[in-house]
Every structure is written in structure tokens, then in C-alpha cells.
Write a protein that binds this ligand. Structure first.
Ligand SMILES: CC(C)(COP(=O)(O)OP(=O)(O)OC[C@H]1O[C@@H](n2cnc3c(N)ncnc32)[C@H](O)[C@@H]1OP(=O)(O)O)[C@@H](O)C(=O)NCCC(=O)NCCS
Length: 195
């Protein structure tokens, strides 16, 4: 497939690019979120069809790109270009549950990822995440990289660990039975957000 948005960064095996309106038609996100294993620890998507994803891309993804190094980025394998999922790298205060997580510091950045099941277990989440963490390390305006997952989502927390984030504390999210855990990679002199 031809990627719709412009390229953001490349790793050995991945191209990360910005989403564009046209991605809604390609149904990449609908397909990704329709796998029960993919959404097992993140909750069912509130978006039902391509039109809802188009609105989501327009209203939630595109505004993030005003900052040249923030956003939700589609990940494609290279060579070949197969869509493998997405990475998120945005102001932590934009997280839907920022208040519950205590993510109010505007200089913290949230790391996240969601990959197609066929791509799991090959180190791709770690590879893409490490590239994003390296950007944060090099940016003096970033105080910390933070990430959160439900405690039983060990694949996710393992990726956090492998990217140099450290377990900070547990917290509760409304609507989820399991506790969540927050990991952080803080710049010198900074503490994890939320006490
Ligand atoms: C989380 C996710 C992105 C990981 O992607 P991935 O490309 O398979 O991750 P990697 O291969 O880079 O690393 C996964 C690590 O977790 C480990 N792991 C996977 N499942 C595990 C489990 N059930 N228990 C313990 N460790 C596990 C792997 O062994 C690997 O660690 P290792 O390299 O030390 O062996 C992927 O599983 C996914 O998209 N899940 C659905 C969406 C999701 O939950 N996103 C996170 C929301 S917080």
C-alpha cells in the first residue's frame, strides 16, 4: 500500500509516518482494533467504522503534528511497507486518563504502541520505542517519558523496561478491573509525575 502521510523517522526495520485523512479509507485502524487479542488490555475501541476513524484522525491525530516531533505514527515494515501498527509519542497531559495517572506536567511525553498480532514477538515495539525515547533523551524540553499499561499486560511493560523506563507506581483507571502501572524515564533532577 502507499502510505498516506509523510515520513517521521526510520529504524532498521520500520518507517514511522504521520497519519492522513486518507488512512481512514484503507481501514488499517479498523482492522487493527478488530482483533480481540490486540485490544485485550486496552479496551474495545469506541470507534465503529471508517467514518468514525476519519473523525478521530482529523480531530485527535492531525492536531498533534503541529509539533514536528509529536504524534501518533503509523508504522510500516521496511522493506515492503506492510502496516504493522502505530506508536504514540505525545504530550502526556493529552492522555485520556491523564488526571487519574497524575500526568499534568506539560513537558512530559507519553510513549505508547499498538501492533498487529502478526508483528508481535520480533522486537518491533522495542525498536520503534527506543527510537522515540532517543528523541526525548536528546530534547532538553522533555522532562520525562512516561507510559502506562494494565498490570497483566506484561508484553507492554516489558517493552517499557527494555526502553529504559522504570516502574514508578500503580494507579486505577475508571472502567478497568485490573490496576494500571506507570513507568517513567526521568531526566536528571526530575521525578515521575503524579507523586
Ligand atoms: C505490547 C506490544 C506492542 C508488544 O509488541 P512486540 O513487538 O511483540 O514487543 P517486543 O517484541 O519488542 O517485546 C516484547 C517483550 O515482552 C515479552 N513478552 C511478551 N508477552 C509476554 C508475557 N505474556 N509475559 C511476559 N513477557 C512477555 C517478550 O518476550 C519480549 O521481551 P524479551 O525481548 O525480553 O523476550 C504488542 O503485544 C501489542 O501490540 N499488544 C496489543 C496492544 C497493547 O496492549 N498495547 C500496549 C497498551 S499499554
Amino acid at each position: 500500500m502507499t502510505p498516506a502521510g509523510d515520513s517521521f523517522l526510520e529504524t532498521d526495520r520500520l518507517t514511522l509516518r504521520r497519519f492522513a485523512d486518507a488512512d481512514a479509507d484503507a481501514a488499517l485502524l479498523v482492522d487493527l482494533d478488530s482483533d480481540p487479542e490486540v485490544i485485550r488490555y486496552v479496551g474495545r475501541s469506541r470507534l465503529a467504522a471508517a467514518e468514525a476513524y476519519r473523525e478521530h484522525i482529523r480531530n485527535r491525530f492531525l492536531p498533534l503534528y503541529v509539533h514536528p516531533a509529536r504524534g501518533v505514527f503509523a508504522a510500516h515494515e521496511r522493506p515492503g511497507g506492510a502496516f504493522v501498527g502505530w506508536f504514540i509519542f505525545r504530550p502526556a497531559s493529552d492522555y485520556r486518563f491523564a488526571a487519574a495517572a497524575g500526568w499534568t506536567r506539560p513537558t512530559d511525553v507519553e510513549l505508547g504502541y499498538r501492533l498487529r498480532r502478526a508483528a508481535w514477538g520480533r522486537g518491533l515495539a522495542t525498536e520503534g520505542s527506543r527510537a522515540l525515547v532517543a528523541l526525548a533523551d536528546a530534547d532538553p524540553g522533555v522532562t520525562a517519558v512516561v507510559a502506562a499499561a494494565l498490570v497483566p499486560n506484561r508484553a507492554s511493560t516489558r517493552v517499557m523496561e527494555k526502553c529504559g523506563l522504570v516502574r514508578a507506581r500503580e494507579f486505577r483507571l475508571p472502567g478497568f478491573d485490573d490496576p494500571s502501572v506507570m513507568y517513567a524515564r526521568c531526566k536528571p533532577g526530575c521525578d515521575p509525575p503524579g507523586g
